[in-house]
Write a protein that binds this ligand. Structure first.
Ligand SMILES: *Cc1c(COP(=O)(O)O)cnc(C)c1O
Length: 367
């Protein structure tokens, strides 16, 4: 018998991807969810013109996509007042985080993130043998000062900051982040994950020069733009940094239909405004539902509301389970003390009605 000769690194890794998807849970339980409120998808859906662009792109699916994503980059450049050379398009923020880890991380290299922050980043770092150092949240906010201090202590090559944050939904002001860059240790690149920035108050946007070599910003088409299934994201940064993605990216990584849909979605600014107002209404309603059930909603700058259940992680896990048993897909933060909370995505009133009806029963059953 002969066996594939894996790397020692691969042999050392667990076979677990960062998230168990709702479809996997549905197959396990044999029960379809009636409200899909666990993955921060945009349940209001994408722009109708993006859907039309998808349909029109159908017939040309036999063609390889434009590997330079020219038109999509041109639109992003125009909207952000930057050059196409400052933009790389990828298979979601998730894909871009993987590319960046591949560009920057060799075995033993150090990286700093918050304990309980976005697990896909950790997954990619571990996949290239990086060593993660985690800093606790401070009062449900990512603790930028502590992240910077730790980065200096461990000579981190990367510092990950999500703004607004997932899973707590809080945000730091753009000024706080821009000012902190001067304290970033030499040779440390900040990844500013702005997956929810379109849904945040305007003061969350950091005013950072695009050629500033200390930062790379990541944006997603999955949340405000409602294209999670298409897998489109983009990163903005200094031209020299961005150019390096061309050494390792899957050059046909982003599918043809997704490029067309993303372009149409970005151009439909009216739909974005509609989504922003729907999300804002939904956040208010979710907060009220939390209060009605004696939970404490954490003020959110995203398309979800994280609710403090006031007990430990075992209790929150039971609440998530009991919600699931009642057809509601929800998730919760993975580590203490954040795991005293459950996290519920925004959605149309019909979905929130189902959640509002199930929550009191789930809370009782979880006791
Ligand atoms: C949802 C989310 C992403 C995922 O973005 P994709 O573009 O869908 O890969 C990235 N970062 C954070 C913090 C998220 O919550």
């Amino acid at each position: 018998m002969t066996h594939p000769r894996y790397t020692r690194l691969l042999d050392s890794l667990p076979s677990t991807v960062p998230f168990v998807g709702p479809e996997v849970i549905e197959r396990t339980t044999g029960q379809p969810f009636s409200a899909r409120l666990g993955a921060n998808e945009n349940i209001f859906g994408p722009s109708p013109t993006a859907l039309e662009a998808l349909r029109q792109a159908d017939a040309e699916i036999w063609k390889y996509p434009d590997s330079a994503s020219h038109d999509l980059k041109a639109e992003i450049a125009a909207q952000n007042g930057i050059a196409p050379e400052n933009i790389v398009i990828g298979e979601g923020v998730d894909g871009l985080l993987g590319y960046l880890a591949r560009m920057m991380i060799e075995q033993g290299d150090t990286v700093v993130t918050s304990d309980g922050a976005y697990p896909t980043f950790n997954y990619h770092v571990a996949g290239f043998g990086g060593v993660l150092h985690k800093v606790p949240f401070k009062d449900d906010f990512e603790d930028l000062d502590a992240l910077i201090t730790r980065a200096a202590e461990v000579d981190a090559k990367l510092l990950y900051l999500s703004n607004p944050d997932n899973p707590m939904g809080t945000y730091l002001s753009g000024t706080t982040i821009a000012d902190a860059l001067d304290r970033l240790p030499k040779g440390c690149l900040m990844i500013l994950d702005e997956a929810y920035i379109e849904l945040a108050p305007t003061d969350a946007r950091a005013d950072i020069a695009i050629e500033d070599p200390r930062v790379i910003r990541m944006r997603s088409m999955s949340k405000a733009y409602g294209l999670a299934g298409a897998r489109v994201g983009y990163a903005l940064g200094a031209a020299e940094l961005i150019k390096n993605f061309d050494k390792i990216r899957n050059h046909f990584g982003l599918n043809r239909s997704a490029q067309h849909a993303a372009l149409a979605a970005l151009q439909d600014t009216e739909w974005l405004a509609h989504i922003q107002s729907q999300v804002s209404h939904s956040r208010d309603r979710l907060s009220q539902i939390a209060l009605d059930n004696s939970l404490t909603p954490i003020p959110s700058a995203t398309n979800f509301v994280t609710m403090d259940c006031g007990r430990d992680g075992d209790y929150s896990a039971a609440v998530v389970r009991e919600l699931g048993a009642r057809g509601i897909f929800a998730r919760m933060p993975g580590v203490a003390p954040l795991n005293r909370c459950i996290r519920i995505s925004c959605g149309p009133d019909a979905a929130l009605d189902l959640f509002a009806a199930a929550l009191p029963q789930a809370l009782k059953a979880a006791l």
